[in-house]
Ligand binder design. Sequence first.
Ligand SMILES: [Zn+2]
Length: 317
Amino acid sequence: MQQPMCPVCGDVLSSSQRYVYTACTGCGSWIFISDRSAEEDNRSFYNAWSEQSSQLPYSYLKKKIFRFYSKRDKKTHVQMNREFDRLQRQIQDRLAGDKTIRVMEVGFGQGRHLAGLLQKGCDAYGVDISEEVVKAFQRKYPEYTDRVTADTTLHQKIDILYCSALLEHLDDPIRFIDSVTGCLKEGGFLIIHALPVLNEDTCDMSEEEDICFWKPCHRVIYSLEGLKWMLKEQNFALTDWQTIDPYNNRVLSMHLREGYSEIANIRHSCLRSDKLPSLYVYTNICREAITIRSRAFMGSFLFQKTRNPGTVTETGI
Ligand SMILES: [Zn+2]
């Protein structure tokens, strides 16, 4: 069998073992190798997940405990939260501040963010490769039927492309970026939101424990270098970015570390199940989660389209 290649930098991976993450020696990203497509893997996982977790009763006491320690976590990590919130406000200003800006959300999923932009009067559009997703949006928001399409060969010029929790789910991110960014004006922005990226500093989690590596959801956990290199090849320069270590992720990862392996299928900590921790253990998990650092963070990235790789143009929006 042919040796698999890194979808980020194109280097041949050192291992062809299926259903594990392999670190790319070229760019440092971690790649999940599977015989099935990302779409197939994700669909079968999410079907099983929604069936299982929807049957479990909600624990209001766990929610209370979670909220209590989540607030304490916010106070502990003030700087990280402040910087991340600053960038989120800046992104929302870019997307919705000027109504003459044309925005395209790629992979809009359930469409809440896209509908929010349209309800604010933005000149926003959505594209999704799934016809089902497009039709579901049109049923839910019939007034915005013309705003969504499954045709990724975009013909109109766009000022900002926005995607959230998307790139990590793709088998071939380069082909995807190539197909959608042709419509982006020079100087326009590609905003990549909620992307898991490696924490390359000290961390307290192994890859197996960290939720960003739970199979089979993410095809790539990008290194920052890998992400920048991949976008630079497509004529994009990174102009601003921030990462955050979400508290909820740390709580979920801690469940696995403490031996509650079923959490990888349930993926929600405030439910009642004999496969999940007691209130006493849950309290300890929530308390300890404040002090640990994940193997992967969640990032927001602003890339600007340039004429030449690595050169930021002056005609930014
Ligand atoms: Zn690579």
